[in-house]
Write a protein of this length. Structure first.
Length: 336
């Protein structure tokens, strides 16, 4: 073989090696962009999609959007969980929420994500009547949409991630009845009146209290997702009904508001709160909160990403990704 032929073969081998190396190079890591800007679900087992989701994510890097009703520490915890799962699957995550609960802002954020043609959207809808047409629009554009925290069952959403809110309300009532020995007087604070999940939670609570206990519900108020309003609600109810035995907070915002009131007034009454987060954990530790009812919010982020991965690949997803309901009390803290 001549020297010229030998050089040609050597060059060809170099080019082949370079081509193989470039084909096996790993995709880049994900980045996170953050901006502020009535039927009950059928109970099913929690679905495990990890292996199939990893296969789905291998086809191409995707961008998913998450839309919250407002900014709040629990949603930050969900974002952290979603971020870890997104990085694992090489997904770019766009997280957005109104500064305060606002259906109009949720609509604008959802419309913007449709224009960006993201690969999937998860939303905790405030007002499903107003948001359902926009969810239809997203699906018509080929974008899978799932809901979490509160469902929109009559929309084109593909799945709901969370727990049965009516049963969550019943769990609140059963816990309250146990703490008060089935009698006493209580005050109830809830969040956004138009949010289906919160209304289902309140319905489940009231039905059990009225039908299965001798407890009297003195007053129910809605804070509309505003912490200052929640503080004012709770203080006003306490002033109007000083002989109450317990306050029940059915939404995330009521946790921080009620613990502020308990601290300011030095109260020694039962406080039953919703949602496992750093605020409720601290309230349990210092004795302000008696019990927390959680829907295992710490896994919502992972379930959202895994469900959107399957949906974006055209794979089947469960209608209801049930994260369950649990009670956390002063002897069983979340960190344990």
């Amino acid at each position: 073989m001549s020297k010229l032929q030998s050089a040609g073969w050597f060059l060809l081998l170099i080019l082949l090696a370079s081509s193989i190396t470039s084909c096996t190079r790993a995709p880049s890591s994900s980045t996170i962009h953050s901006d502020s800007g009535d039927s009950h679900p059928k109970n099913q087992e929690v679905s495990q999609y990890v292996a199939t989701a990893e296969e789905a994510s291998a086809s191409k890097n995707k961008t998913f959007g998450i839309i919250y009703p407002m900014t709040y520490p629990t949603y930050e915890m969900i974002t952290m969980d979603a971020t870890q799962s997104a990085e694992k699957h090489h997904v770019t995550l766009t997280v957005n929420a109104p500064d305060e609960a606002s259906t109009e802002q949720q609509i604008r954020i959802l419309e913007n994500m449709i224009k960006q043609h993201v690969d999937g959207i998860a939303i905790a809808p405030i007002d499903i009547a107003a948001l359902t047409p926009v969810i239809h629009k997203a699906r018509a554009a080929g974008i899978p949409v799932i809901t979490f925290e509160s469902d929109a069952p009559s929309s084109d959403r593909m799945a709901y991630v969370g727990a049965d809110n009516y049963l969550t309300g019943r769990q609140f009532a059963q816990t309250t009845a146990r703490l008060l020995n089935n009698e006493g007087m209580i005050l109830v604070e809830s969040g956004m009146e138009e949010m289906v999940g919160l209304q289902q939670r309140l319905d489940g609570f009231i039905d059990y209290i009225r039908n299965d206990t001798d407890i009297e519900i003195l007053e129910v108020r809605y804070n509309q997702g505003n912490e200052d309003r929640a503080v004012n609600d709770i203080e006003s109810m306490i002033d109007a009904h000083p002989h109450f035995n317990a306050v029940v907070g059915l939404d995330f915002v009521s946790v921080s508001a009620s613990t502020l009131v308990w601290k300011a007034k030095g109260l020694n009454r039962h406080l039953i709160a919703f949602g496992g987060n750093s605020i409720s954990e601290k309230g349990l530790s210092n004795g302000q909160i008696s019990t927390v009812i959680s829907q295992n919010e710490q896994v919502w982020g992972t379930k959202i990403i895994e469900t959107l991965l399957r949906a974006s690949e055209g794979l089947p997803v469960e209608n209801f990704i049930n994260t369950g309901i649990k009670e956390i009390n002063q002897t069983i803290l979340p960190s344990e």
